[in-house]
Ligand binder design. Structure first.
Ligand SMILES: NC(=O)c1ccc[n+]([C@@H]2O[C@H](COP(=O)([O-])OP(=O)(O)OC[C@H]3O[C@@H](n4cnc5c(N)ncnc54)[C@H](O)[C@@H]3O)[C@@H](O)[C@H]2O)c1
Length: 423
């Protein structure tokens, strides 16, 4: 499709008004990104930059796109997941902000990758990715123009893992800022954002009661911790499964039951994966689950539940509600899969609240600025955003919440940096 002389692919431009309202609503809860946008508007630090973004196309992302554009950049956006696009937001970005978007909720794999290629055809100098599909496709298919890419940013744990693997294998061709590794990102977005929005997705898909349920959380990383806390807060008994002994010990001392998934399988009412790993819930686990067990995933890719095995051991399936499909297993029991095993918080709900995406996307905007300013000075490696920027974001967020904190006195500062004083 074409409008205003640029290509795009969204569901329906008539949805734009609805999308605009959603974007404005999110903006109210994104004061830090708002401040960045105001400064960008004035200083134009991204003047002339071509940026391709592969992110969940949500109202919060729309605010990031507007901030980058305000900074003087030309931006293009495609989806980082086939099910997470908010079609009305995509339409509003095209129609009202003049930003080319290539994303349609429910698109198939072929169209998902075609859209990524359309983002690459823009010949970006900066990439902004969530899961590293854009970067990996660009590395495989871009040809010689990759030399012109100045750098990129990465939003999530799984993407950072893939990019570090590219760095280790010496195939990464340009520097990446791992936005996920900022403290103001993973401690808030992964923990509180995923914790709340995953439960939101499960509730919208099922309307089950958490109080009295046994909830099995697979993976006790930043997302798992948030999820376990929220599930317990709603009255569930929480079981944690882990492969890392330190995290397993932490979960036990945080008050959760810890056991192998095979032992938890017949006990759990609801299973949620947040590991970033493959086939965590597999055939042998599913066959041990009780009748009516619900399984879902909030890790980045739809590989955490072995859905192929689930289909293989099922003799029938039916859709009960949107995002909610019941499989009848060969043993006669029924297991319910939410959102096809894709990120349940984005596929069945709206993803993280804007209040938390404010932190993540302030990080994204400042990381893009950092890369543009430091072009030519960074190696093709995975970097963290400097600590001062991380702290500045926290400071601005506190200020926006009306919270003041103490400052170190000179005496305290000296004490903390000295070794002479003891007992
Ligand atoms: N849904 C969202 O909106 C959202 C938001 C942020 C991150 N994520 C994604 O969620 C996933 C987890 O992110 P994180 O930041 O919590 O990562 P993390 O690295 O902090 O935690 C992952 C945990 O899973 C454990 N694990 C690995 N394999 C396991 C297995 N087979 N069984 C049980 N535990 C296992 C690891 O030991 C680790 O403790 C990633 O894919 C990330 O990209 C999703």
């Amino acid at each position: 499709m074409k409008t205003n002389n640029f290509d795009f692919d969204v569901r329906d431009l008539k949805l734009a008004n609805e999308g605009e309202k959603r974007i404005d609503w999110a903006e109210r809860f994104m004061p830090v990104l708002g401040l960045v946008r105001k400064r960008f508007q004035k200083e134009k630090p991204l003047q002339g930059a071509r940026i391709s973004c592969c992110l969940h196309v949500t109202s919060e992302t729309a605010n990031l796109m507007r901030a980058l554009k305000a900074g003087g950049a030309s931006v293009r956006l495609c989806a980082s997941n086939p099910l997470s696009t908010q079609d009305e937001v995509a339409a509003a970005l095209v129609k009202n902000s003049g930003i080319p978007v290539f994303a349609v909720k429910g698109e198939n794999r072929k169209s998902y990758y075609q859209h990524i290629e359309q983002a690459i055809a823009f010949k970006p100098q900066i990439t902004t990715d969530d899961g590293a599909d854009l970067v990996s496709t660009l590395h495989k298919k871009s040809g010689s123009f990759i030399k012109e890419v100045v750098g990129g940013t990465e939003e999530t744990t799984t993407g950072v893992i893939r990019l570090r693997s590219m760095e280790r294998n010496s195939v990464l061709r340009y520097p990446i800022i791992a936005v996920n590794d900022s403290q103001t990102k993973f401690m808030f977005d992964n923990r509180y954002g995923t914790g709340q929005s995953t439960i939101d997705g499960i509730l919208r898909a099922t309307n089950i009661l958490f109080a009295g349920a046994t909830v099995v959380v697979c993976g006790y990383g930043w997302c798992g911790r948030g999820l376990a806390t929220r599930a317990r807060g709603m009255g569930a008994t929480v079981i944690v499964t882990e492969v890392n002994p330190i995290r397993a010990l932490e979960a036990r001392m945080d008050g959760y039951l810890v056991m192998p998934l095979l032992e938890a399988a017949p006990i759990g009412d609801l299973f949620i994966t947040v590991t970033g790993n493959i086939n965590v819930i597999d055939r042998h686990h599913i066959l041990r689950m009780k009748d009516g067990a619900i399984i879902c995933n909030s890790g980045h890719f739809d590989v955490e539940i072995n859905t192929r095995a689930l289909k293989h051991i099922s003799k029938g399936k039916r859709e009960l509600r949107p995002s909610c499909v019941e499989y009848t297993l060969i043993n006669g029991r029924r297991v319910i899969l939410l959102a096809e095993g894709r990120l349940v918080n984005l596929a069945a709900a709206e993803g993280h609240p804007a209040m938390v995406m404010d932190l993540s996307f302030a990080n994204q905007a400042l990381a893009v600025e950092y890369i543009w300013k430091n072009q030519g000075r960074l190696e093709p490696r995975v970097y963290k955003l400097p600590e001062e920027i991380d702290r500045e974001i926290a400071q601005l967020k506190l200020r926006s919440m009306g919270i003041k904190i103490d400052r170190l006195t000179r005496e305290q500062s000296n004490y903390l940096s000295s070794w002479q004083e003891g007992t």
